[in-house]
Design a protein around this ligand. Structure first.
Ligand code: PRP
Ligand code: MN
Ligand code: MG
Length: 186
């Protein structure tokens, strides 16, 4: 078993289910962007796993950029305060941009990010998020590609962290009450 797998209470989405869903989403992206080149903008650090798997599943030619914005720190709920920790290296003006996220929770990070990116005048700007929680559906953001709608429980794995740990788990699951009580492993 992967490191820290013992801290998982329940697996909500298995590695197989994630792989299949990313394949399906990649096929939709390929169909939508046929004949174009896509700029994938991954949101560090959570999006690294979906970015790696999605980009390799696509047939569309892509380039990659990364941004790091943080609204969480080490807490388990969103503060609404977004900071740019790392900006894009290049201009996105005139580019077809697809923002790649692991999860939309409150939607605050993404709504701030989309406003920021839109001001840089891309030719198009869409979002792919592997996971979305119910609360996010109430925010006014148009997410073109969603992998899974999941319940509001705090979940880790496939990029999602608790105190920077658990990102490398190949599935998404809840933590045991003991692991939560122990606190983030920082
Ligand atoms: C997490 C997650 C999303 C964001 C979603 O990132 O990866 O980027 O929070 O939350 P929201 O919809 O409530 O704004 P985090 O800020 O924890 O940084 P990380 O990706 O480095 O873990
Ligand atoms: Mn993130
Ligand atoms: Mg995080």
């Amino acid at each position: 078993a992967p490191a820290l797998a013992g801290d998982i209470g329940e697996v909500l989405v298995s590695a197989d289910e994630i792989a299949r869903r990313i394949g399906t989403l990649a096929a939709r992206v390929d169909a939508d962007y046929a004949g174009r080149e896509l700029l994938l903008v991954g949101v560090l650090k959570g999006a690294v796993m979906v970015m790696a798997d999605l980009s390799r599943a696509l047939r569309t030619p892509v380039t990659m950029e990364f941004m790091a914005v943080s609204s969480y720190g080490s807490a388990t709920s969103s503060s609404g305060v977004v900071r740019i920790l790392k900006d894009l290296d290049r201009s996105i003006e005139g580019r077809d941009v697809l923002v790649v996220e692991d999860i939309i929770d409150s939607g605050l990070t993404l709504s701030w990010l989309l406003k920021n990116l839109r001001s840089r005048q891309p030719a198009s700007l869409e979002v792919l998020a592997l996971f979305r929680k119910p609360e996010a559906i109430t925010v006014d953001i148009d997410v073109r590609y969603v992998g899974f709608d999941i319940p509001s429980a705090f979940v880790v794995g496939f990029g999602l962290d608790y105190g920077e740990h658990y990102r490398t788990l190949p599935f998404v699951g809840t933590l045991t009450p003991e692991a939560i009580a122990r606190g983030p492993r920082v």
